[in-house]
Ligand binder design. Structure first.
Ligand code: BTN
Length: 324
């Protein structure tokens, strides 16, 4: 009911009489008054005038289900949302939820994470209400070998959503770091539960640095990380960006199920800052230098080295500055 009242206030823009809300939602004026007070306690600024009714003058940029539902244009993704004001890591929570059984496209969101997880056992800086710290649960009908391509797909979808919402053009460092002028804006961490032939579920965790002031990053990240606030010079609506990401992700995902990954891999190639560069690869067993040539049909990076072409399926890649 509260969500419905909120959405009516948002759609109206101007004053909305208590009588109209009461008629449309078939609830008493007293019940509406109670919901309005509860919304005010949650941080919404609602002006009330006895003759003209209620007017929403300001809404907090919180990633709560009732805010998201009014803006989301997806068919499936984000229709089930688990929201936390603070949690250890959304990826672990998503895995617990997936184990208990949930629908595909279920989303776990936190305003802050206190043990945010990054790739290669690193941490992820996740300050309160400053970014999008989200995990989405997918149950793709693919073989586990196709799973890494889902993270490439997520990277492409996020780059497109950022372009759509704030008109900022980012690029992708293999496999799925999203960078702006060489600094990390978004990280993706995928975790999977699978049998030999089929995926049970994949949790795709995304950390998007939205409204983090540059000097708020810990000293070790100052030079290597960035945020949309730094890049654009203004704060960005996390809500709008989140909805755009879910929408792009849903579209790409179901397209991959129908048409295969080939179009996504092509889009990834277009957005890549890795291909054509001299790179240093830190793999599970080997570290080597070479030139990144392409990704293959499995999303593995093909690197030309003195010992021939190496196929990298997992690891960390850094771009080596070209000698002038
Ligand atoms: C990376 O190291 O590049 C991956 C970072 C992934 C961070 C996100 S934030 C939401 C989700 N929960 C986590 O603990 N990690 C991912």
């Amino acid at each position: 009911m509260r969500t419905k009242i909120l959405n009516m206030l948002k759609n109206q823009g101007d004053c909305l009489s208590g009588e109209k809300i009461s008629r449309e939602l078939s609830v008493s004026r007293t019940a509406i008054w109670k919901h309005i007070n509860a919304l005010k306690k949650e941080g919404y600024k609602i002006e009330a005038s006895p003759r003209r009714g209620y007017r929403l003058s300001w809404a907090p940029d919180l990633l709560i289900p009732k805010e998201i539902s009014g803006k989301l244009d997806t068919k499936i993704f984000g229709h089930e949302i688990h929201h936390f004001s603070s949690i250890d890591t959304t990826n672990n929570e998503a895995k617990k939820i997936a184990e208990l059984g949930c629908s595909e496209g279920t989303v776990v969101l936190a305003e802050a994470q206190y043990i945010g997880k990054g790739r290669m056992s690193r941490g992820w800086f996740s300050p309160k209400e400053k970014g999008i710290w989200m995990s989405i649960i997918l149950k793709p009908p693919f073989s586990p070998f196709d799973a890494p391509k889902c993270t490439l797909l997520a990277a492409v979808a996020i780059v497109k959503a950022i372009k759509r919402v704030v008109n900022v053009k980012c690029d992708i460092k293999w496999p799925n770091d999203i960078l702006y002028h060489g600094k990390k804006l978004v990280g993706i961490l995928a975790e999977m539960s699978a049998e030999i032939e089929r995926i049970g579920y994949i949790v795709i965790g995304m950390g998007i640095n939205v409204n983090i002031d540059q000097n708020e990053f810990p000293p070790e990240l100052q030079e290597i990380a960035t945020s949309l606030l730094t890049v654009t010079g203004h704060s960005v609506s996390r809500l709008e960006l989140l909805c755009a990401i879910l929408s792009e992700l849903e579209e790409s995902y179901y397209r991959a199920i129908e048409e295969g990954f080939s179009p996504i891999l092509d889009e990834w190639r277009q957005l890549s800052s890795t291909l054509g560069q001299n790179v240093n690869v830190i793999g599970a067993k080997l570290t080597f230098n070479g030139k990144a040539l392409d990704i293959d049909d499995d999303g593995a990076l093909l690197v030309e080295t003195v010992n021939g072409i190496q196929r990298v399926i997992a690891g960390d890649v850094s771009i080596r500055p070209s000698k002038t």
